[in-house]
Design a protein around this ligand. Structure first.
Ligand SMILES: Cc1ncc(COP(=O)(O)O)c(C=O)c1O
Length: 402
């Protein structure tokens, strides 16, 4: 059981009494993360991997330590497999432009995806002529591994799939999909933006080749994210940017790239942000990811059950809580989702997301919701009372429609 009262004290923004249920968009940040970032600015503000003076040495050590913390958090084999990016989106783009595509290559992805793991592939189709095959999830947002088995071909070079739907909270059976992808010689990219912050992750057990995620959704600062690249692929994947910091040696004729992760992290990186992400990982590990996931399951079950019992409210996703994480999307009658979100903020201090949540094909082609949905998404600091406040406010709005 989490000590929620104590946890909430670590998040000064919650003192104002706001109910923050927009964690799938971005999480709040605890004081310890902010302090760790301030320590960089106040005590050892210098560039990394460049200077011999002691400030630069300390900054480099802390920056490298952040890579080690993230590597251990996702059970990577070593920090070489952890590339700091700006966010999940950049990590996915790195993979898209890092693979040496060949004529006839195919990419297999799904209609469940966030645009960051969708339009990237459509652009490759437009620019490089690779083919994109799409798998349709069920209306509840479930992806069936058998559909991957049916759609994959010997030409499929990459399978790109989300681990957790950012709209429906459903969990994709990654391990089964990895087995299918590898049997056909394809690589597997997992969009972990909504899974890494909320559940224990072991990239070796998942058997994925790439895992992209963002720091700002897991208590870290904005402007920092990670891409896990499986050890065997580190030399094969071309960096998105090269330049200062990425090389071993340069002559007038050419260059030799440094080992990973440096070869992928061109220019001066987001140093304070990376160190802040390391502190966020410390915080999450201190709480325990199993306990955190259990807490979210409890809160989301209250929300799901409560909203489902209200007349005129449509709740999306599976009823079975074992198939979902802390995300619930819903609509009230034919009210515009933005109006609902605004009413929740103005009348009850509740922050939720509304619209398409960067997953337009899912809304328009699977859920048939032309204006999108309202999304409540939980994290470790949310309480049963907050869940109940959301339910009673939604009830009041729905009653107003009668
Ligand atoms: C499933 C999923 N993938 C990718 C992203 C993109 O994350 P970022 O904007 O941090 O790059 C998000 C953000 O909401 C997401 O939910």
């Amino acid at each position: 059981m989490l000590d929620i009262k104590k946890i909430r004290e670590d998040f000064p923004i919650l003192r104002s009494g706001l109910v923050y249920l927009d964690n799938a968009a971005s999480s709040l940040t605890p004081q310890s993360v902010l302090q760790k970032m301030m320590e960089f600015y106040n005590e050892y503000r210098a560039n990394v991997e460049r200077g011999v003076h002691r400030l630069s040495q300390r900054a480099s050590q802390e920056f490298e330590e952040a890579h080690r913390k993230v590597a251990s958090f996702i059970h990577a084999k070593s920090e070489a497999e952890v590339v700091m990016t700006r966010n999940a989106t950049e990590g996915i783009n790195l993979v898209a432009y890092g693979i040496g595509w060949r004529k006839g290559d195919r990419i297999l992805t799904t209609l469940l995806e966030h645009h960051s793991n969708f339009i990237v592939w459509l652009r490759l189709k437009r620019r490089l002529g690779v083919e994109v095959d799409l798998i349709r999830p069920s209306k509840e947002g479930i992806l069936d591994p058998r559909a991957f088995e049916d759609a994959i071909t010997d030409k499929t070079r990459l399978v790109a799939v989300t681990h957790v739907s950012n709209v429906l909270g459903t969990v994709t059976p990654i391990h089964e999909i990895a087995e299918i992808a590898h049997r056909y010689g394809a690589l597997l990219l997992v969009d972990g933006a909504q899974s890494v912050p909320h559940m224990p992750i072991d990239v070796q057990r998942l058997e994925c080749d790439f895992l992209a995620f963002s720091g700002h959704k897991m208590l870290g600062p904005t402007g920092i994210g990670c891409l896990y690249i499986r050890e065997e692929l580190l030399e094969e994947i071309e960096p998105l940017c090269i330049g200062g910091g990425t090389i071993e040696e340069v002559t007038s004729e050419g260059y030799k790239l440094a080992l990973s992760p440096r070869r992928f992290e061109a220019g001066t990186p987001a140093i304070a942000e990376a160190i802040g992400l390391g502190a966020a990982v410390d915080y999450l590990q201190g709480i325990g990811m199993e306990a955190l996931a259990e807490h979210e399951r409890h809160i989301v079950e209250i929300i799901h059950r409560g909203l489902s019992s209200i007349k005129r409210v449509r709740v999306f996703g599976p009823e079975d809580w074992k198939l979902r994480t802390g995300i619930v999307s819903f609509c009230i009658g034919d009210l515009n989702p933005h109006d609902i979100a605004l009413a929740l903020d103005v009348s009850a201090n509740i922050m939720v997301r509304s619209g398409f949540h960067c997953a337009m094909p899912l809304h328009t082609e699977v859920l048939n919701e032309r204006h999108g949905t309202v999304r409540a998404s939980t994290y470790l600091y949310n309480t049963k009372e907050e869940a109940e406040a959301l339910i009673s406010m939604v009830e009041e709005i729905a009653r107003g429609l009668m």
